[in-house]
Design a protein around this ligand. Structure first.
Ligand SMILES: Nc1ncnc2c1ncn2[C@@H]1O[C@H](COP(=O)(O)OP(=O)(O)OP(=O)(O)O)[C@@H](O)[C@H]1O
Ligand SMILES: [Mg+2]
Length: 372
């Protein structure tokens, strides 16, 4: 899939912007703070209905305006679709071919995008919450039921936690309610877990291959789901729910004291190993960076596998940071397949032929021209 064009109104530091895209690689060049990331972010927003940088949509609206819109015509295998996201102080609306989607989960998936930005090193180095966000967002892109289950899970979890807090504060004695939440939570948790197991396994297959390519076969990258529950992939859904209910029962005493749910997908994590050694703890900077790159490239292939089309790729400030060998590998992976938006402060660090011939957009103070 690819974007034919992009139109922004009152988005961040853009008043009105209208671009058409010709060619596979679109390069955005400009000094710091001119609006390069803002453009890539707007494409990400079109894909996932949220920014990769902030959870506060209000920040995306230009300071002097009270709404923002992002629009694009996206070419897909089955034809073209017009996408639009509109943000106001009251909330956001997402449209496909002019039709407002009642739920964002129905909108997401109309455009698939993979972002690779410096912050993504956090997938390897950061806290568990960042890795959970990564898996949830990525599965969510290719599975609407997952998104739906996740939001249900979070609702039930919040209610269960509230009850635990009330029990802790002796505000309630209705301890029986807990078993109702347990059942609901366990059923939803199992749906999430089974999808995550499957996703991590598939992602690993791709990432392992790609990583071996980058390191000339010297490093074997593996992924491991770090589970706070006793559920394992071999269990069928019923067994999994039973084992989870059991585990809830066992942790209830502790949970009453803590006033929160201590086991479940909201507490899980995954780890990366190179040749059997944990990358987060022992990996070198280079290994951590390469692992993050392998994961991102794996994600591209996985989306292709699930959706039948390649996503678009957003490379914010990362290409020039990679050494020549890795740049070449990345560009060869995407060549002729993946529409790619690259931001960079200059072209000096970009060595590869493919990128030197890319369509160039010069970014200056919220305006873009094709002349440097
Ligand atoms: N809501 C907003 N309204 C107006 N301007 C904004 C808004 N949000 C951010 N900006 C401005 O956008 C600019 C930053 O744009 P962006 O992050 O795209 O820069 P960049 O070109 O990627 O720079 P760098 O090379 O440093 O990453 C800043 O000058 C910031 O003040
Ligand atoms: Mg930037």
């Amino acid at each position: 899939m690819y974007l034919r064009n992009l139109a922004l109104s009152h988005y961040r530091n853009y008043d009105e912007l209208s671009l058409t895209f010709d060619g596979q690689i679109q390069l955005f060049i400009g000094n710091n703070a001119q609006g390069k990331t803002n453009v890539l972010e707007s494409i990400y927003l079109l894909s996932l209905a949220k920014s990769h940088r902030t959870s506060r949509d209000k920040e995306l609206i230009a300071w002097n305006a009270d709404y923002a819109t992002v629009r694009s015509e996206v070419e897909r295998r089955y034809g073209s679709v017009r996408l639009e996201i509109q943000l106001t102080a009251k909330g956001k609306r997402a449209k496909i071919n002019g039709l407002e989607q009642q739920k964002l989960s129905e909108y997401i998936g109309a455009l698939n995008a993979v972002m690779f930005a410096p912050e993504d090193l956090a997938i390897v180095k950061g806290a568990p919450a960042q890795r959970r966000r990564f898996i949830d967002m990525e599965i969510g892109q290719v599975s609407r039921p997952y998104l739906h289950n996740l939001s249900q899970y979070n609702k039930v979890l919040a209610q269960r936690n509230q009850l635990l807090k009330d029990i802790m504060a002796r505000k309630t004695h209705s301890v029986e309610m807990i078993s109702i939440w347990n059942t609901q939570l366990a059923e939803l948790a199992v749906k999430l877990l089974r999808k995550r197991f499957e996703y991590i396994r598939k992602l690993e297959t791709w990432a392992m291959n790609i990583h071996a390519g980058i390191t000339d076969g010297k490093e074997v990258l593996s992924l491991h789901y770090e589970n706070t529950t006793p559920v394992v992939p071999e269990m069928d859904a019923n067994q999994a729910v039973e084992s989870l209910l059991d585990a809830f029962e066992k942790s209830f005493e502790k949970e009453k004291l803590r006033g929160s749910t201590l086991i479940g997908p909201h507490r899980d994590d995954f780890s990366l190993q190179i040749n059997g050694i944990d990358v987060q703890t022992y990996g070198s900077q280079g290994q951590q960076r390469t692992s993050a790159l392998s994961l991102k490239l794996a994600e591209i292939e996985l989306i292709k596998e699930e959706v039948g089309e390649y996503p678009v790729l957003l490379l914010d400030d990362v290409l020039s940071e990679l050494d020549e060998h890795r740049q070449t590998l990345l560009l060869e992976t995407i060549q002729n397949k993946v529409q790619t938006f690259v931001s960079s402060t200059g072209v000096e660090g970009l060595k590869h032929q493919v990128i030197r011939q890319a369509a160039r957009h010069y970014v200056r103070e919220g305006k873009i021209s094709s002349e440097g």
